[in-house]
Design a protein around this ligand. Structure first.
Ligand code: HEC
Ligand code: HEC
Length: 344
């Protein structure tokens, strides 16, 4: 009697899970196309060799939110890259991977990735289509092997259907998976912040935001270059070395001591929501970041020359710069259902 009862109960449970369109409605990926916002440079990555289609984008989205990518099927890309935090990991200095293992770097925001010539804080990956193996095989993150992932994804009926739609047959290959993920991540565009509206003449800054913008252009924009708010170069911005982690930064990749403690300049779009900040998430607030530039620049052979005497800012100026930085928040991007986790 007991097992039968259990089976019936399970059956009731599983069907009640499936019929829940209220919670996870199927949403189309309508309107996905390559975008180059007015006044922006040409993107670094183009979709010429990875032709964008709605079905491939949707496959990429399903894979991005797929916990089967991890050894114990608990961690997806979306676990550490959350939409409401501009796809950074909200409130986490470091992210937990499988078994709660902690990494040593902070998960960056994911946005406008098509303009990134390289990925990771140290630029260790140089192509968006070969990115996923890094977190998948990282033992502190997903700790899975690529053959296992292909096996798990390939034996799922859901994915067989999605691959058929995307590629015409259900053959699962790492190349197809990574190209689909590149379609999803590469079209995460954020260009509808208040700042952008001001640039297009459809909104105006408050006095404090305007003052903050002028200060930003003088003091910050040489590295955090408009309109992407990064020059994508590697620079040492004077952070004291964390003695337990001793992250060498760009040198980790180039083995060149001239690159010691240099990290990729991050974009500041959606910066209000993507904290904690810096490659190791050492700062919780934007004021902490500004206080770093005035008070705690650490000298060193590779310190960026423009920061040798720090950056002078009064408390009022800092407040204004923060008011400006908050105009880089793009609510449309942060809530765009096309990028949200849904049942495909
Ligand atoms: C356990 C948390 C975690 C998981 C899971 C994870 N990431 Fe990340 N991600 C990070 C961290 C931390 C970094 C920064 C790594 C570094 O610089 O060494 C990062 C960096 C990135 C970057 C580089 C962004 C940039 O601006 O340079 C991309 C792209 C990315 N992740 C995509 C993915 C994808 C796709 C997956 C799933 C296959 C994934 N991540 C899974 C934590 C995670
Ligand atoms: C010399 C180049 C340079 C200048 C000038 C500069 N920054 Fe940075 N900034 C960087 C680099 C490089 C990083 C990344 C450091 C890291 O990850 O460890 C960074 C990180 C940040 C971060 C953290 C971003 C994140 O996602 O973690 C903020 C906020 C920031 N800078 C704001 C500013 C402001 C505001 C100014 C002007 C007052 C400024 N920066 C001036 C190079 C610069």
């Amino acid at each position: 009697m007991k097992p039968l009862f259990l089976i019936i109960l399970l059956a009731v449970f599983s069907t009640s899970c499936k019929v829940d369109p209220e919670i996870k409605p199927e949403l189309p990926a309508e309107g996905i196309s390559e975008v180059i916002p007015e006044g922006w440079p040409q993107p670094y990555y183009r979709f010429t060799e990875n032709v964008l289609t709605t079905d491939r984008f949707k496959l990429g989205r399903a894979l991005f939110y797929e916990p089967m990518f991890s050894a114990d099927n608990t961690v997806s890309c979306g676990s550490c890259h959350q939409q409401f935090a501009a796809f950074a990991h909200s409130a986490h200095q470091f992210s937990h991977g499988v078994d709660g293992r902690l990494g040593t770097r902070n998960a960056p925001a994911l946005q406008n990735l098509a303009w990134n010539p390289s990925f990771m804080h140290d630029g260790g990956v140089n192509h968006i289509e070969v990115f996923p193996p890094a977190p998948i095989t990282n033992t502190l993150e997903m700790a899975e092997t690529l053959p296992n992932v292909v096996l798990k994804i390939g034996s799922s009926a859901k994915y067989q259907a999605l691959f058929r739609k995307a590629y015409g047959d259900d053959t699962v290959t790492t190349q197809r998976m990574f190209k689909a993920i590149a379609q999803f991540m590469g079209t995460m565009y954020s260009y509808n912040s208040k700042y952008d509206q001001v640039k297009h003449g459809t909104a105006s800054f408050t006095a404090s935001e305007q003052s903050g913008y002028s200060l930003f252009v003088q003091k910050c924009a040489s590295c955090h270059q408009e309109p992407l708010f990064s020059d994508y170069k590697f620079r040492n911005n004077g952070l004291a070395v964390n003695p337990t982690i001793r992250d060498s930064g760009r040198t980790h990749i180039t083995r060149d001591l001239a690159d010691l403690y240099k990290f990729k300049t991050p974009s500041l779009r959606n910066i209000e929501l993507s904290g904690p900040y810096m490659h190791d998430g050492r700062y919780m607030t934007l004021m902490d970041c500004l206080n770093h530039y005035t008070n705690s620049i650490t000298p060193g052979a590779t310190l960026d020359p423009s920061l040798s005497t720090g950056i002078q800012m009064s408390t009022q100026e800092k407040t204004d710069i923060i008011a400006f930085l908050k105009t880089l928040t793009d609510p449309q991007f942060l809530t765009d259902k096309r990028y949200s986790e849904i049942t495909p």
